[in-house]
Design a protein. Structure first.
Length: 88
């Protein structure tokens, strides 16, 4: 008669001995690539989100424009760095 531990061990061994389908799992580089794409998309939306938030403040349009330009410039730098990383 098998003990509970032996039954569990046999079950685990059967699970581990099975073959893994390549279709069922993504390679780490695929996962990283998708993650980088998601980050780039989020960063791309950031200037518009900040601009919408700034509309509520009583600040001169001149300052709002400068702020938007600064945000777009810095976000653009980050997106370019992520694109380089994705190509690596």
């Amino acid at each position: 008669m098998r003990t509970e531990n032996e039954a569990l061990l046999e079950e685990v061994m059967e699970e581990q001995s099975g073959t893994v389908s390549i279709d069922s799992c993504a390679y780490p580089s695929d996962i990283m690539g998708q993650g980088l794409d998601d980050i780039k998309a989020s960063l791309g939306q950031l200037p518009d989100i900040v601009n919408e938030e700034m509309k509520e403040h009583r600040v001169s349009a001149r300052y709002k424009d400068k702020h938007r330009e600064a945000v777009e410039r810095e976000v653009g730098k980050m997106v370019r760095k992520l694109e380089k990383l994705a190509l690596s």
